[in-house]
Design a protein around this ligand. Structure first.
Ligand code: F6R
Length: 606
């Protein structure tokens, strides 16, 4: 969490920093700040405020010509949302921004006698004071000494008072990407979206190194002073992919991008209607002799994993365990070398998922990650990676990243089915052919946006809601409920439709909205009976099914029809409805769906 940025170049940096921070805001939006060498002298000025980047912009001078500065957008961990706790933090000769958590900040205060120097409640200011205590004019020695004392995770961009025009960076776990161009200078940020309009080529700043940024050079050295040559990567999207493109919110734009995103994710992985991971350098042997599978992820990514797990276990009889990463990492992993571990993460930086991957690797080398962000930690550390080509996902609530994760899980399922002999080639081809119809099927759903908006108005007044379904619908219900909760703050619970009467049905009372998913033909009559049970108790039922017409219209108040498609693929149509229900409920309540309260997109603290 938290977004950081640094730039030293030939042009005034303030607006570039502010624009970059606005694009990093998805990582946290409690406060924002920048620091810069005023008039490119040794005087460092800081502007910071609780609130959003737009609030920061309002307090920045227009005549700031500094070409070197750093910036921060905060997701509060240590200390409340106040001006004093906003970054950058300046102590003595040192001004810095930080993403991560300094675990031993209490010990550092004692060891370096820092108490009188601190004006905020943050761990970051303690780090700034520690750097300052260790600074005798040599930034490199200061950084080496200080990071050797710090326990925790960090990405720092640091400016030293007597080094105008220079920024020093170092990191442990927390992400930092960088780029240098002759024309514009040296850039660094938590995420490439911050400076994509200046460079499509970038590198991941290696951990435990020090990067020295100047207007006309950028060098990286290890802690022994040896130069490190960074590995540059290229992205194939541009700045428009990280903009709203005429939509009122990133979330609705990203919902609409799903058909194209799915095409990108499957396109190069299908040869002759069969799954093929040759271009990803994933050998078929990875899927041979798999005895069991474990899928590890958090939140929406885990719900995508759930969808794949249910398909794989039910179709091919391979036992699949889906684990919440934050639980898995503190439990005993029951894995053997023939266990296939799949790690799912949009950002590739979720700390619990990363640590769970590291633990899984102590037991099996068959780890495969499904990751959206190129070069991210999870992608680099897993044995194999299948990139989901969603493009940048800026809205905090995941939409397109979810659907590409599900479709990638389906590709893996098809490959497993084929290698295990559970799928004949003909069955596999039929499955993949249906998969290729998904983008068009989703587009049809998106074309009906207006109807959905009108039908879901009622949701805005609800305090509690339930999502119910069976099989794949139950897995989707969990994702639907999470989406509604996180952006509209309406309490939503997902239930396996058959399980309600074992307790929870006591909560169904007059007018409570129940979103009933009945897309699975194999259990259709069962779920309809469950819907009758809640309807009989006064629920306001929004039914999502493939029926052109409902034979007994009394079972629901609103019917949302999805075009007929094979059970396994109904999720791709129904999820659009779930996403739109959440989006319009959020809008209807006057919330900002892109920046829900208390949340940040990239969860780099445990
Ligand atoms: C919800 C959402 C989160 C993420 C979760 C994992 O809309 O986006 O639940 O899915 O924080 O994030 P990644 O996929 O980046 O590991």
């Amino acid at each position: 969490m938290c977004g950081i940025i640094g730039l030293t170049g030939h042009n005034p940096s303030q607006n570039i920093l502010l624009d970059g921070l606005a694009r990093l805001e998805y990582r946290g939006y409690d406060s924002a700040g920048i620091a810069f060498f005023r008039d490119n002298s040794g005087h460092i000025s800081v502007r910071k405020t609780a609130g959003k980047v737009s609030d920061l912009r309002a307090i920045c001078d227009d005549d700031n010509t500094s070409t070197c500065g750093i910036g921060h957008s905060r997701w509060a961990t240590h200390g409340g949302v106040t001006n004093a706790n906003a970054h950058p933090h300046k102590v003595g000769n040192v001004t810095l921004v930080h993403n991560g958590i300094i675990e031993n900040y209490h010990d550092l205060i004692k060891e370096f006698n820092l108490q009188d120097k601190l004006v905020s409640e943050t761990d970051t200011e303690v780090a700034a004071a520690t750097f300052d205590a260790n600074y005798d004019g040599d930034p490199i020695e200061c950084i080496k000494k200080t990071v050797s004392k710090i326990h925790g995770t960090f990405a720092f961009c640091i400016m030293f008072k007597n080094r105008p025009g220079e920024i020093y960076c170092t990191r442990r776990v927390s992400p930092l990407v960088a780029a240098f161009t002759e024309k514009d200078g040296s850039f660094v940020a938590s995420d490439l979206t911050a400076f994509i309009e200046y460079s499509k080529q970038f590198f991941i700043v290696p951990e435990d190194t020090i990067m020295i940024m100047k207007a006309d050079s950028m060098t990286v050295q290890d802690m022994d002073g040896k130069e490190v040559t960074p590995e540059y990567m290229t992205v194939d999207w541009d700045v428009t992919a990280a903009q709203k493109d005429g939509y009122p919110h990133y979330m609705i734009k990203e919902i609409h991008e799903q058909p194209a995103a799915i095409k990108r994710t499957i396109m190069t992985r299908i040869k002759d209607d069969l799954p093929d991971f040759t271009e990803d350098n994933i050998p078929d042997s990875l899927f041979e002799g798999v005895t069991d599978m474990t899928i590890i992820a958090c939140g929406t990514a885990m719900y995508a994993g759930n969808m794949g797990a249910s398909l794989i276990q039910n179709k091919f009889g391979i036992p699949v365990n889906v684990c919440i990463a934050s639980e898995f990492r503190y439990e005993r992993p029951v894995l053997s070398e023939n266990s296939l571990v799949i790690v799912v993460s949009q950002s590739g930086e979720t700390i619990d998922t990363l640590e769970a991957l590291r633990l899984a690797k102590t037991k099996t080398q068959r780890t495969l990650s499904l990751v959206n962000v190129k070069g991210s930690s999870i992608a680099r550390e897993s044995n194999y990676v299948l990139y989901t080509h969603a493009g940048p996902e800026i809205a905090v609530a995941s939409t397109k990243a979810y659907t590409v994760q599900v479709v990638a899980m389906y590709l893996i399922a098809a490959k497993l089915g084929l290698t295990s002999g559970e799928f004949t080639e003909a069955e596999c081809k039929k499955f993949i052919q249906t998969m290729q119809t998904v983008p068009e099927a989703m587009q049809k759903m998106l074309d009906n946006e207006q109807d959905i908006e009108n039908l879901t108005r009622r949701m805005t007044n609800a305090e509690h809601t339930f999502y119910i379904g069976r099989g794949q619908d139950y897995r989707l219900a969990m994702e639907g409920a999470l989406k509604l909760k996180e952006i509209s703050y309406i309490h939503a619970e997902a239930y396996a439709a058959g399980e309600l009467k074992h307790g929870t049905i006591a909560l169904i009372s007059e007018g409570i909205p129940v979103i009933a998913l009945a897309t699975q033909q194999s259990v259709y009559s069962k779920v309809i009976s469950n819907i009758r049970e809640v309807k009989a108790r006064g629920a306001y039922v929004i039914l999502i099914s493939m029926d052109d017409e409902i034979t007994d219209p009394s079972i629901c108040d609103v019917h949302l029809n999805i075009p007929k498609i094979d059970d396994d693929f109904a999720v791709f149509e129904a999820v659009v409805l779930c996403q739109m229900i959440a989006y319009y409920a959020s809008i209807g309540k006057g919330c900002n769906p892109d920046q829900p309260r208390n949340l940040a997109k990239s969860v780099t603290v445990e």
